[in-house]
Design a protein around this ligand. Structure first.
Ligand code: HEC
Length: 278
């Protein structure tokens, strides 16, 4: 008995070590909710209860395998992909995106950078399903994004704004957020600059409240209503669709500008990854 306990001890300590390295997303949520009186953060006790068993964790696990697997015409893994902190560095990379990449001369978000690496390192092209299929828990895109993003769980959003193009993209995103247009004359702010605003049962997040906005932009997240893990670009697409806009193109500058602005609006607040949303 004693022998067994002693044998188990190092394992228990090792597990405790990893657990304390980053807080679970639900603990981050609880802390933010306790600090604020946000009805957005506390809107669904049911979702909160599901978070420890978030189906997105399975997607993250499969994503890790896929990330490390040699594949594509060049038979390479993604382990040499540079997400901004050097080749292969994933920890903290996502919370510092979008950022400017000198090798492409562009500001890129997680999704567009991932596509870039799948093309340059692995040799995939736009027509390959690995790149073409952007949505759904079983798509390579969502598996990989979920794994990469989760390596930044608990870290503060800190997208760099040093390069002129980083500033330009963030500022373009701000203009887009506040510009009314389309058949309904909506802007993003119509729904996302009010406190405790609702559409039916959903409480909408306020971009002016960084503590709630950090949850709003914590993607990939498992959406219970869609039974799928969704990306940031999917959220942009869906909100623009609600505004009766035509479909926005994946990886377009408009996508990245909006994501640059919304990430800057959550600066300093901890990311919850993977998240679970309505
Ligand atoms: C007509 C109202 C409306 C407009 C306009 C709108 N949204 Fe949304 N937004 C929503 C709804 C509804 C949700 C989902 C809330 C839910 O399902 O609980 C949402 C969710 C979000 C979320 C994630 C928060 C969450 O809990 O799911 C983000 C981030 C977001 N919108 C950004 C934007 C941006 C950027 C724009 C402008 C391009 C925009 N929204 C325009 C209604 C709107």
């Amino acid at each position: 008995m004693i022998k067994q306990t002693l044998c188990a001890l190092p394992i228990a300590l090792a597990l405790a070590g990893t657990a304390s390295a980053s807080k679970a997303p639900e603990d981050i949520l609880d802390e933010l909710a306790a600090k604020t009186s946000s009805s957005y953060l506390t809107q669904s006790p049911q979702n909160r209860m599901m978070m420890p068993d978030n189906p997105a964790y399975l997607v993250v696990e499969d994503g890790e395998k896929l990330f490390k697997q040699k594949r594509g015409p060049k038979n390479a893994s993604l382990e040499q992909c540079d997400f901004g902190k050097g080749p292969g560095v994933l920890k903290g990379a996502y919370v510092e995106l979008p950022r400017y990449f000198p090798d492409t001369g562009k500001v890129m978000d997680l999704e567009s950078r991932l596509v870039h690496c799948m093309k340059t390192l692995q040799g995939f092209t736009n027509d390959d399903p690995a790149i073409k299929k952007r949505h759904g828990s079983d798509s390579d895109m969502m598996l990989l994004q979920s794994y990469i993003a989760t390596q930044s769980n608990g870290m503060a959003w800190n997208p760099p704004l040093n390069h002129p193009l980083e500033k330009a993209m963030r500022n373009a995103g701000e203009v887009m957020f506040y510009r009314r247009s389309g058949t309904m004359d909506f802007n993003c702010a119509t729904c996302h600059k009010v406190d405790g605003g609702r559409i039916r049962a959903s409480v909408l997040p306020n971009i002016k409240k960084p503590e709630e906005w950090t949850k709003a932009i914590s993607w990939p997240a498992y959406r219970t209503s869609q039974d799928n893990v969704r990306s940031s670009q999917h959220r942009v697409l869906e909100c623009l669709w609600q505004m009766r806009y035509p479909n926005i193109k994946a990886d377009s500058d408009a996508q990245i500008a909006l994501i640059s602005f919304w990430t800057d609006a959550a600066r300093g607040q901890p990311a919850m990854l993977p998240d679970l949303k309505r």
